[in-house]
Design a protein around this ligand. Structure first.
Ligand code: NAD
Ligand code: TYD
Length: 339
């Protein structure tokens, strides 16, 4: 089958492309990516040599370009990873999030209507459910939890989910949605918590922890997310939403301390800085449905995954050094300079 993977030059999309090329070598993968600041062709260098892989630079919100691609490659499946994905950036500049995450998704759905498709899969996030209180560890997000967003990022992702469901019902687009918890692993862009802390610690730079560091995230190794999406596109039921998460809840402070310990660095590097506006307290996924219906279980425990991730950043300095020496410097100065 032919799969269009949008946003495949980013963190999770690239890991998904490698997962598919390895596990389904007969399938053809076409990556459609705009190569924004978060997209990186070097991430796909190994895939470029595979005859079943093709990279196309393009914007999911460019209707003409998307229709041209669909007409040319006649995809069986579209997996939509393309998005503006960073909450802090969405707080600074929401509009781009609306364009890519909402309009972009609607253009892809229109292309599916026009050209026909076996499956459209929307890669969504647990952030569409808002947050859970810190003092109620008994509560988890299920697929029926109300959407209740906090940031422009999560609002744009929730809007996209609603559009997918509307197209599914109105135009019978065979669609599925997955909502995953926080991912970590190779090729994670250095603006996000885990890579940022690894890279700062390696430079003996301060580690900027927002607020008191007590917010909780539910961490999943990226390959486990990719395996879940793979199962959904092949065996999932059209019209369904699947939550993905591995019950790996940690406070931000715990995560940062774990990284420091692995690297043998001092906790004195931790610096508490002004909190994020509207900061979600706790995310926690109940993955019962995908486990029961599709037999998915996460393979990587947090303690192993975080060690593997730190090792990857140590072994792949050239990948991130190039990023942090470019435009990222201005981003870092703007976001953290006077925090
Ligand atoms: P990322 O920011 O690392 O990558 C996004 C990719 O999309 C980049 O390659 C970028 O160039 C591309 N892109 C951006 N705008 C585009 C456009 N208009 N047209 C085409 N390509 C465009 O993001 P990520 O962390 O890999 O997240 C991928 C998806 O997974 C997103 O939809 C995100 O909402 C979702 N998600 C992420 C997490 C997480 O922890 N990172 C968790 C759950 C869900
Ligand atoms: P992030 O990686 O941006 O993911 P998300 O906001 O989508 O969960 O942030 C994870 C958590 O880490 C979140 O609670 C915010 C916090 N955080 C910091 O404390 N310092 C930082 O420099 C960053 C980037 C995040």
């Amino acid at each position: 089958m032919t799969i269009i993977v949008t946003g495949g030059a980013g963190f999770i999309g690239s890991n998904f492309i490698y997962f598919e090329l390895k596990n389904h070598p007969a399938d053809k993968i076409i990556c459609l990516d705009k190569l924004t600041y978060a997209g990186n062709l070097e991430t796909l260098a190994e895939a470029q040599g595979n005859k079943n892989f093709e990279f196309v630079r393009g914007d999911i919100a460019d209707r003409e370009g998307v229709y041209k691609l669909f007409a040319a490659v006649k995809p069986d499946v579209v997996v939509n990873f393309a998005a503006e994905s960073h909450v802090d950036r969405s707080i600074e500049d929401p509009e781009l999030f609306l364009r890519t995450n909402i309009i972009g998704t609607s253009v892809l759905l229109d292309a599916c209507r026009k050209f026909g498709i076996e499956r459209f899969h929307q890669v969504s996030t647990d952030e569409v459910y808002g947050d859970l209180p810190l003092d109620r560890p008994d509560l988890f997000f299920t697929e029926t939890t109300n959407l209740h967003t906090s940031s422009p990022y999560s609002a744009s992702k929730a809007a996209a989910d609603l559009l997918v469901q509307a197209y599914q019902r109105t135009y019978k687009i065979p669609a599925t949605i997955s909502r995953c918890s926080n991912n970590y692993g190779p090729f994670h862009f250095p603006e996000k918590l885990i890579p940022l802390m690894i890279i700062n610690a390696l430079h003996d730079k301060k580690l900027p922890v927002y607020g008191k560091g007590i917010n909780v995230r539910d961490w999943l190794y990226v390959e486990d997310h990719c395996a879940a999406i793979d199962l959904i596109i092949r065996r999932g039921t059209v019209g369904e939403v699947y939550n993905i998460g591995g019950h790996n809840e940690r406070t931000n402070l715990d995560v940062v301390k774990t990284i420091l310990k692995i690297l043998g660095k001092s906790e004195d590097l931790i610096e508490f800085v002004t909190d994020r506006k509207g900061h979600d307290q706790r995310y926690a996924i109940d993955p019962t449905k995908i486990s029961r219906e599709l037999g998915w279980t996460p393979q990587t425990k947090f303690d192993d995954g975080i060690k593997k991730t730190v090792a990857w950043y140590l072994d792949n300095r050239a990948w991130w050094e190039k990023i942090i020496s470019g435009e990222y410097k201005n981003y870092y100065a703007k976001m953290y300079g006077n925090r």
